[in-house]
Structure formats: structure tokens, C-alpha cells
Write a protein of this length. Structure first.
Ligand code: SF4
Length: 745
């Protein structure tokens, strides 16, 4: 392994402005391999070599506490923490196998640069970092600073997100940077901001245990969030569990009521339920009057959503609609939950707000067991929402507001003019920017769009048009890394430290309990080095370590709804099993499980929640004679995570789900098409065709098919449409046709 030099390697990186040099001398192999903060080395000094310590899980947003057992400074095994307030001793298969992806044989262990022969070949960090800066700066010089963009992730710790966002926007002069959270949570963010005045999921997981009616819209909870489902099963009220989903999912099968509506008719259904509640006087007028605005307009809007109209649009009977409304009315503590079935929609924001409206009009918010509750996807999607500096200025501030820019510049000690005055393009607009020749350089961190992006083949072609593509990831074998000009090898979860924020706003601690392989570095260290090589290291003198950045994040949160100035340090997070925001200075909360809006005060200027609504819009790609099936996509099993970049590294997890891609089809349609169970079929959309095994099952209705999102080719089929407000892709419904493989198309 070669020595990694950090001095004098960039024209702008001379002498004393080198942060690492000032503090540590040259970043040599010896230093990298020593215990410490640079991503390599054994566990930090604060941990003993043979102890058990709690680390928050790095897969989903539930944020379970896992006890990692160390021997000789290396994590050898783990088990769920029985005292952690999130999971209470439980873990899903992914959690139990969380260490397996770290030990995979295809970890990226050295920077890789595409050579003149077209191959990715190993280089040392010095060459990699010089190339990174030289190529991106050359693109900026030729095409303007905005011609380089970044795509980040909900998978790295908040401190890394904040450093990346600050480095890119305040140091490198980039304007455009978005996260893969656009694919899962953008809809909820926009919905909450407009309805509540801030992106604020109001619940605590205890609400699952305290409801008497639980309404799940577009959420296959027991597969996507199995530990939340377990929390619900702990509910002693024998709650009514209502599932709204076109598919008879595992959750729907276990529910007390399942409303299998037509795909994407949810907005009409929710307006129809609101219509019935109002018509029957089953609303909380006092709450509406005291704590909301625009109810009268909403009431007029839903007047036309009669049972007959809603029944026609949704495929549910008028009796079912009536029973649904009755169940909500009969509940004393009704909680409404949603996730990707709502968010990944062409009108997801309005659907999310239709759910919020039901909670507001019935007074089901701010009390135990209630709430309009969006369940997040990735382990740190919530951190991204607060601190990634992509769509919001750090801490939920606004790039377009001068007072916010001045405040953040003052806190960070940077020139105010370094802060962009405009918002970034959204993810899809960055991709479109490549098409239009405006984005020439792209830096992708810990995400795999070549697999996950909607209408995938289009993206593959566009990635090939980039002058320079950098992928920073723990594997060099992802579909995206294989297309890169430069790969930067990154440490994994548990090979570095920092904080995640989970779905219930709990900030939990990730610790370094394993050593990153080869020359892989923590993303935090990579960002620090890029700052120096780029020549803007001076701006980040205070950003010395994740914990130092946590102190900065506390300061930027001051006075915001997500104020965390009362959290002292990492030790406090560790002792308490995480802390939910808000936790302002001087806070003396009795409970470590808190919900928002108990005082009926929301975050809008008038402190009232807003009823937001809009007429439903037609499906972007409806079925027709040529493409008669609606393709639904979603999570396949609780053993698979998104593009399977990590979960497919575990032989244990691999045994828990079908290896080959499959498509669920109803017995009625299978019979019509002559398809028998487990045979190969061809599924085609207007964009591509793929092969899948047929699962003949009643879980889907006639006219619908389902394919899990985890398989590499699923997104060749999906249709690129987006919610007009959140720019979130609508993965859930496009038109396809199906035939037996042996039949001619
Ligand atoms: Fe990890 Fe989520 Fe499973 Fe909990 S439910 S163990 S956070 S993947």
C-alpha cells in the first residue's frame, strides 16, 4: 500500500491550510491503520477491545438498537438490545445479519480509476483525489460551476451528510445536489411542510401500542418495517387494523379489514371517507376550529365525492366505504400510517395530505395512539431531511431566505456569499440536466441509481454521456460503480461513527466496531480529504470529527422545530437509547418516547394546521388493449433491502427469498393466458421487456401483477412520472403486458 500524501498535491492545497496535516501530520498508511477517526484501524479508544456495545442498525428507518459483541477489537457477532426503546429486544433478519455485508469479498479496498484501456484500475488516494478535483474543476471551468452535481443517500450518518452538503455547496461551489431520499420520502416532506409548517412526523412508536384503530395506507408494515409491526402486535387494545392496498399483502392478510382498491385510486377513496365523516357529523368541530385552517374549503371540495362516485373509481362497494368511515368514527385513538404506496405516486403529496386531513378533522393528532404518521424508509432518511443541505439549508432552513443564509453563515463562520440563494434541482431534474447537456460531472455517494432509478435503461444511457462520474461506495461491484470513471472506496456502517435519525425522530448512535478493509475510508474522512485537495479546507477547520460536527448541527438546529441543543454529546445519546427531536436546551422531558402537537400548536406562522387538497389526477400511464395489466412494485421480503447491494452478501438472507425474479399474477389471469405456476413469463412495458417466474396467487387482483423492486431489471419496466410537488418518482403503477415465454410476442 502506498503512502497517502496530502501536502502540496493540489495547487490550492499548500502549507498550513491542510487540516489533517495541522492536526496529525501526513495521512500515512500507519496512521490510517492505527485506531482513530480516519475510517481504518480498530475500534476507537473509547471502546474496550472485548466489550459489548449498542449500535443503531444501518438498514431501515426503524432504528433498532443492536448489541455488537467485540473480541480483540473486532465485532464478532450481534444480538438485539432488550433495553433499547425502539426494538425492545427484537430484530428482523436484516438486523441479525447486519455484519455480513462488511465481510463480503467484493468490498472496494482501493480507489479505482478508469484507464485508457477502459478498465477500472487501482490507484492510490493521492492520484484519486487529485483526479477528482482536476476533472471536476475542469468541467466547472468549461461549463460553469453548476455543471457538476452530486447524488447523496439516506444511508450515511448525519454528520457525513452535513459535511458533504457543506463541502459541495459552500466549498466546491456546486448548486445541485439531491439524495436518494427523493425516491422514498420527498412526498411526506412536502406534505408535512405545507400541512404542519415543518417536516415533522408527529408520532412515537408507542402509538402503535396505544391505538384502538390503526389505518395503514400503502404500507406492508410486517414486511417493510417488521419491528414496527411487532410493536403493533404488542397493542393490548385488540385494535382494528385497516389496510388500504390494492395487493393482499402479508399485512393485509393479518389485518381486520382490507380495502383492496384499484391502483392509485387512494386519493378518491380518502376524499370519499372524508365526505362520509362530514356528512354524518363524525368530526371534531372544536379541534378543527381551534387548530386548523381551510376546513370549509375542504368540506366544499369533498362534497362531490359521493359514495357512488368513489365506489366507481375505487372498485370498493358503498357498504365498504360506509364501514371504513364507521370504524374511524368508533375509534377513540385512531392512528393513520403511510409509506411508499402513498409516497411513490404521481399525486403522493395530496394523498399524504388527504390522510393528514382525516386525522385533523377527527381530532386524532397529538394524543396517545393517534397521528398522521409517515413511516420512513432508509436508516437515516430523516437525517437527510434535516441536515443534508440538499433540498433544505442545514437544519430545516431555506436557501432562498436571506435571514436563514445569514444565520447559517454566522454559525458556521463562512462568508454568506458562499451559500447558494437558489434551491437545487431535484433528482429527476439532475438526470434531465445530463440529457440536456447541462450536467457534465456527477458524484454519487452510497446509492445505486443504475439499479433503483425509474425507467432504468434511460438512466444507463445518460450515465454514459457524463464527462466524469465518481462513485463513492463500499462495493466497486454495484451497477452504478461499474459505470464510473473513478471509484472511491468507503467504509461501511459500523466501520465509522455518527448518528442516524429514525422514523420517530430518534437520534441514535452508530459506532465504529469493525475495521474497514484495505484503504477504504469513512465517508467523513473522504470528504475531509476532498476539502483539502479542492483547496477549501480552511472552511471546515471546526469539522474535525463526527462528534465535532454533531456540536455544529446542534447550533444550526437552535430555534428550529428540530432543536437539539439540549442533547449534550454522543455519550448522552448512548446512555438514553437515543433521543427524539426536539430536545432544546433546558428540556426536562419525563419520557424518552414523545409525540408532537400535544398542545395543538403546529409550526405554521398561525400555529394552525392546514387542510390541503386538490382534485385527483389521471394515471400517467393507464392500461389499454395493448398493455392491459397494471404493474405494482414494492418490497418482496424482510430479508431484502432495496437494490440488495448489501443483503445479497449474506448467505443466510439469500436463503430467505427467491433467488430468481418473480411476478405475482392472479389465478384468473394466469388461466386466461395459459400460465402455470413457476414457469418463465415475459413482462413488457413500452420501455423494455424482462423475464420473470410466474407466482400464481390471489395476492393480486385480476388485471394487476406485482414484481419486487429488489431485482436488477424491475426498473427497466417502470414509467417515469413524478409527483408535481415532491418530484418523487411514481414506481407503483405502469401499464404492462404479460405472455408465456414460449408464446410469440
Ligand atoms: Fe434493522 Fe430495520 Fe430490521 Fe430493525 S427492522 S433490525 S432497523 S432492518
Amino acid at each position: 500500500m502506498s503512502t497517502i500524501r496530502t501536502k502540496g498535491t493540489s495547487p490550492e492545497n499548500k502549507g498550513s491550510d491542510n487540516l489533517l496535516l495541522q492536526r496529525n501530520g501526513p495521512l500515512t498508511r500507519d496512521l490510517l491503520l492505527a485506531p482513530g477517526e480516519f475510517g481504518l484501524g480498530r475500534v476507537p479508544a473509547r471502546l474496550k477491545p472485548d466489550q459489548t456495545t449498542t449500535v443503531v442498525c444501518g438498514f431501515c428507518s426503524t432504528g433498532c438498537g443492536l448489541n455488537v459483541h467485540l473480541k480483540n477489537g473486532e465485532a464478532i457477532n450481534l444480538s438485539p438490545n432488550t433495553d433499547y426503546p425502539v426494538n425492545l429486544g427484537m430484530a428482523c433478519p436484516k438486523g441479525w445479519e447486519a455484519l455480513a455485508p462488511l465481510r463480503a469479498s467484493d468490498r472496494a479496498t482501493t480507489p479505482l480509476l478508469r484507464s485508457s484501456r477502459g478498465k477500472l484500475e487501482p490507484v492510490d488516494w493521492d492520484v484519486a483525489l487529485r483526479t477528482f478535483c482536476d476533472r471536476f474543476k475542469a468541467i466547472q471551468a468549461a461549463h460553469g460551476k453548476e455543471s457538476v452535481a452530486f447524488i447523496s443517500t439516506g444511508q450515511i450518518v448525519s454528520e457525513e451528510m452535513a459535511l458533504l452538503g457543506a463541502l459541495a455547496k459552500f466549498g466546491m461551489g456546486l448548486l445541485h445536489g439531491d439524495g436518494n431520499t427523493r425516491q422514498c420520502m420527498a412526498t411526506s416532506v412536502v406534505a408535512y411542510k405545507e400541512s404542519f409548517g415543518f417536516d415533522a412526523p408527529p408520532y412515537t412508536y408507542r402509538d402503535f401500542e396505544e391505538s384502538d384503530v390503526v389505518v395503514l395506507v400503502g404500507s406492508n408494515l410486517c414486511i417493510a418495517h417488521p419491528i414496527m409491526w411487532e410493536r403493533l402486535l404488542k397493542n393490548k387494545n385488540r385494535p382494528e387494523i385497516i389496510v388500504v392496498d390494492p395487493r393482499k399483502t402479508e399485512t393485509a392478510t393479518a389485518a381486520t379489514a382490507h380495502y383492496a382498491l384499484k391502483p392509485k385510486s387512494d386519493l378518491t377513496l380518502l376524499y370519499g371517507v372524508a365526505h362520509l365523516l362530514i356528512q354524518r357529523g363524525w368530526i371534531d368541530e372544536e379541534f378543527i376550529r381551534a387548530h386548523t385552517v381551510d376546513f370549509e374549503e375542504f368540506k366544499a371540495h369533498v362534497e362531490g365525492f359521493t359514495p357512488a362516485r368513489v365506489s366507481e373509481a375505487t372498485g370498493l362497494s358503498e357498504a365498504q366505504l360506509s364501514t371504513f368511515a364507521e370504524k374511524i368514527h368508533n375509534g377513540k385513538r385512531v392512528s393513520f400510517w403511510w409509506t411508499m404506496g402513498v409516497n411513490q405516486s404521481h399525486e403522493g403529496v395530496r394523498v399524504a395530505q388527504a390522510i393528514i386531513n382525516l386525522a385533523l378533522m377527527t381530532g386524532n393528532i397529538g394524543r396517545p395512539g393517534t397521528g398522521a404518521n409517515s413511516i420512513t424508509g432508509q436508516c437515516n432518511a430523516m437525517g437527510s431531511r434535516m441536515f443534508s443541505n440538499t433540498t433544505n439549508l442545514l437544519g430545516g432552513h431555506d436557501f432562498t431566505k436571506e435571514e436563514h443564509r445569514r444565520k447559517i453563515a454566522g454559525i458556521l463562520g463562512i462568508p454568506e456569499e458562499n451559500i447558494p440563494t437558489r434551491n437545487s434541482l431535484a433528482y429527476d431534474q439532475i438526470i434531465e440536466g445530463i440529457l440536456k447537456g447541462k450536467i457534465k460531472g456527477l458524484w454519487i455517494i452510497a446509492t445505486n441509481p443504475a439499479h433503483s432509478w425509474i425507467n432504468q435503461e434511460d438512466l444507463h444511457e445518460l450515465l454514459g454521456r457524463l464527462d466524469f462520474l465518481v462513485v463513492q461506495d463500499m462495493y466497486a461491484t454495484t451497477e452504478t460503480a461499474e459505470r464510473a470513471h473513478l471509484v472511491l472506496p468507503a467504509a461501511s456502517w459500523a466501520e465509522k461513527e455518527g448518528t442516524f435519525i429514525n422514523s420517530e425522530r430518534r437520534i441514535g448512535l452508530v459506532k465504529k466496531v469493525a475495521r474497514a478493509p484495505g484503504q477504504a475510508l469513512a465517508d467523513f474522512s473522504i470528504f475531509q480529504l476532498i476539502a483539502q485537495y479542492w483547496g477549501c479546507g480552511d472552511l471546515f477547520k471546526e469539522w474535525k470529527s463526527p462528534e465535532a460536527v454533531f456540536q455544529i448541527l446542534k447550533r444550526v438546529s437552535k430555534g428550529q422545530p428540530c432543536d437539539i441543543t439540549g442533547i449534550e454529546d454522543y455519550a448522552m445519546l448512548d446512555e438514553r437509547g437515543g433521543v427524539q427531536w426536539p430536545y432544546p436546551e433546558g428540556a426536562t422531558y419525563e419520557s424518552n418516547e414523545r409525540r408532537l402537537f400535544e398542545d395543538g400548536q403546529f409550526y405554521r406562522p398561525d400555529q394552525k394546521a392546514k387542510f390541503a387538497f386538490q382534485p385527483p389526477r389521471p394515471l400517467p400511464e393507464p392500461t389499454d388493449e395493448q398493455y392491459p395489466f397494471t404493474l405494482l412494485t414494492g418490497r418482496g421480503s424482510s430479508s431484502q433491502w432495496h437494490t440488495q447491494t448489501r443483503t445479497k452478501k449474506s448467505p443466510v438472507l439469500q436463503r430467505l427469498y427467491p433467488k430468481e425474479i418473480y411476478m405475482e399474477i392472479s389465478p384468473v389471469d394466469a388461466k386466461k393466458l395459459g400460465i402455470t405456476a413457476n414457469e418463465w413469463v415475459v413482462v413488457a412495458s413500452r420501455r423494455a421487456e424482462i423475464k420473470a417466474r410466474a407466482f400464481v396467487t390471489n395476492s393480486v387482483q385480476p388485471g394487476e401483477v406485482f414484481i419486487p423492486m429488489h431485482y436488477e431489471v424491475t426498473n427497466k419496466l417502470t414509467f417515469p412520472s413524478f409527483d408535481q410537488y415532491s418530484r418523487q418518482p411514481s414506481y407503483k403503477a405502469c401499464a404492462v403486458k404479460v405472455r408465456r415465454e414460449d408464446d410469440r410476442g
